[in-house]
Design a protein around this ligand. Structure first.
Ligand SMILES: Nc1ncnc2c1ncn2[C@@H]1O[C@H](COP(=O)(O)OP(=O)(O)OP(=O)(O)O)[C@@H](O)[C@H]1O
Length: 364
């Protein structure tokens, strides 16, 4: 990693206002999809984002690559605020076009991101024509053949002439991956890029991404709801796992730390919920006080996990934990990593019904 992060999020938030009917005059509900997330991504870095459905992984991933405008905080590419570059405000050192090319995405469903009426050759020629207009047609084709062979789609000439419906799910995803790589990106967001594939093909696809990541010196943000897959990618790439809960990044660190010695009680729940990662001492019952996930439109006050957390104390209901450093590359949003915090002298929470507790929305 160089000193300047490739992408840097500072206190980023994305709050979505729910759509309302014309004759609804009340204030719209707001979903806090991403809240107060700070994260640096370096060159050749890999961050696997995990968490339950709806916790904000995709929104955070899209914010990281400049596809989602944050409603608060900042997102910078090599020190350049992405949205200042887009809007032409302030001193723009890196043009938006350059940022757009450098930050790419591959989607969960490659079928819908490939034009059904375009052969593979046409799909892959488009980015080269746009970003390398001086490249001769022959060189373009040579490059595409080389990439198809690289990802195991041989004979390449045969695959180049196929339409998306003539490809398997894994082959479509490989074409989407080549298309992103042909832009010569610095960072690729792989948004649940393997979840639609047959289980037997997922490891192959992850291995391919790891190979290409290494070969092209690309950084990856890998979004997954599966902690095992996140561990596989992050540990093979020497990267990190980031755990999200209700819009917040509650723990981020090296995979072996996150899996073998998680510090946030919610990370322990995720590990418990992943059968092949459960440790022998773990119980049959999930390590939570309550199963129900709170409504992201009305998240709990203080620590968002306190309503389910078996370790929660009164302090957790009142204050939102900072992101504490716990070693060089490990951060945790939980008072328990701060030996001096008043949490330790505060009484355990009583299990009164949630509706008797103040929420952020009600208490402000
Ligand atoms: N464009 C939008 N408008 C309104 N709400 C949105 C929008 N996009 C996402 N949300 C809401 O923001 C929250 C986070 O969604 P997001 O898709 O980022 O979560 P996720 O962790 O990726 O979920 P999943 O694993 O189910 O894809 C959810 O409550 C979702 O309904």
């Amino acid at each position: 990693m160089t000193d300047e992060p490739l992408v840097s999020l500072e206190n980023a938030e994305v709050h979505f206002e729910e759509e309302q009917g014309l004759l609804d005059f009340s204030d719209p509900d707001v979903v806090r999809a991403v809240d107060g997330v700070s994260l640096d991504i370096g060159e050749k870095d890999v961050v696997a984002l995990v968490g339950e459905s709806g916790c904000g992984k995709t929104t955070l991933g899209k914010t990281t690559i400049g596809l989602q405008r944050p409603t608060g905080g900042s997102v910078k590419y090599r020190g350049q605020d992405i949205w200042d570059a887009k809007d032409g405000t302030g001193d723009v050192d890196i043009p938006y076009e350059e940022i757009r090319r450098s930050l790419q995405i591959i989607h969960q469903d490659p079928g819908s991101s490939l034009n059904p009426n375009r052969k593979v050759l046409g799909t892959l020629e488009a980015p080269l024509k746009k970003w390398q207009p001086n490249m001769s047609s022959g060189d373009r084709r040579r490059e595409i053949v080389r990439m198809l062979e690289e990802v195991g789609m041989t004979p390449a000439a045969d695959y180049a002439g196929r339409y998306p419906h003539q490809l398997s799910g894994g082959e479509k995803q490989r074409v989407a991956l080549i298309r992103a790589l042909l832009m010569d990106p610095d960072l690729i967001l792989a948004d649940e890029a393997i979840s639609a594939l047959d289980v037997s093909l997922r490891v192959d696809m992850m291995d391919l991404m790891l190979d290409l990541q290494e070969q092209f010196n690309t950084s990856f943000v890998f979004v997954s709801h599966d902690l095992s897959n996140a561990r596989y990618i992050a540990s093979h790439a020497g990267g990190r796992i980031g755990v999200m809960y209700l819009g917040e990044l509650i723990e981020v660190g090296p995979p072996e730390q996150i899996i073998n010695d998680p510090q946030h009680p919610y990370t322990k729940v995720l590990r418990w919920a992943t059968p092949d990662l459960r440790t022998t001492g773990e119980t049959e019952a999930p390590p939570v006080r309550k199963i129900d996930i709170p409504d992201p439109k009305n998240p709990p006050s203080g620590c968002r996990f306190h309503t389910r957390c078996p370790e929660a104390r009164e302090a957790c209901t009142q204050q939102s934990p900072a992101s504490y450093a716990n070693g060089a590359s490990h951060r945790v949003r939980c008072f328990r990593v701060d030996d001096a915090h008043e949490y330790w002298s505060s009484p355990p929470v009583s299990d009164e019904p949630d509706d008797q507790r103040p929420t952020e929305a009600h208490s402000t």
